[in-house]
Design a protein around this ligand. Sequence first.
Ligand SMILES: NCc1[nH]cc(CCC(=O)O)c1CC(=O)O
Length: 300
Amino acid sequence: MIRIGTRGSRLALWQAHFVQAELRKHGLDSELEVIKTQGDRVQHLGFDKLEGKGFFTKEIEDALLAGQIDCAVHSLKDLPTNQPDGLVLAALSYRASVEDVVLIHRDRVVKGQPFWLGDGATIGTSSNRRKAILKDLHPGLQPVDIRGNVPTRMKKALTGELDAVVLAAAGLERLELDLSDLEVIRPSPREFVPAPGQGVMAVQTREEDIDMRKKLSLLHHPVVGECTNVERTVLNLMQGGCSMPLGVYCEKDQMGNFHVWAAYAPGAGAHLRRVQLSQSTRAGLPEAVVEQLLSAPTTI
Ligand SMILES: NCc1[nH]cc(CCC(=O)O)c1CC(=O)O
């Protein structure tokens, strides 16, 4: 029996159940072990109070290293680019929706404006990346820090407490939240560039557990691995984590060419820099993106 470690949020449980079902397809039985992390205990604090990496992952990784669980399911975008000693990502899921969506309270829609929001409209997000991109595309918006799980954040737009919120499409779709009373805007991920690894689930295990790694390799999607490797290598080269105002999105086309879109705000209040690069191989691609991100002229 494989023991799968997961956080207890609805999104985390959906993702763990998904991995459980995938394992079952290969005749492998598993059970879920819910583990509370520091991040779950202090939901009320703002992100600026949550210093240090691995706030939502440390307890789970410790359980893995201690042999209390055999693997753990995470959202790839929440994982630091360097794995803790002794742990590896043995499988990456399919990537369904990679993009962010803007959810707007019905009565606050202003058609003709970017994101259908008027000047001064409040928009909930605690992500520096989302704030930087929103500012670039609609400087009149007023970002408001929000925390909590996906349904809680969605409700801020539903109730009108805020005019709008930004959330990852993947999370909304996995939870099958009812968005029918909201206006839903889906900007292109080439313009509203997602976080490295967004929309992908990762299964982590012990480096030394060759048997588990072999089993998990049955679930791995190699093209997702290639593309998210480019995205996460850019993040790593920029020495950033999930609080860096950096979006990176990589696609592989039918011909095998890689296309990267990146957006980066080099400092508080700085203009957003955008880079688009395509290559026939991955070699040197993250390095080239970083070089351009650090030298690109700012947009006006
Ligand atoms: N940081 C929280 C988080 N981690 C993963 C997702 C969504 C699912 C995904 O992108 O894989 C979310 C919610 C959000 O950003 O809206």
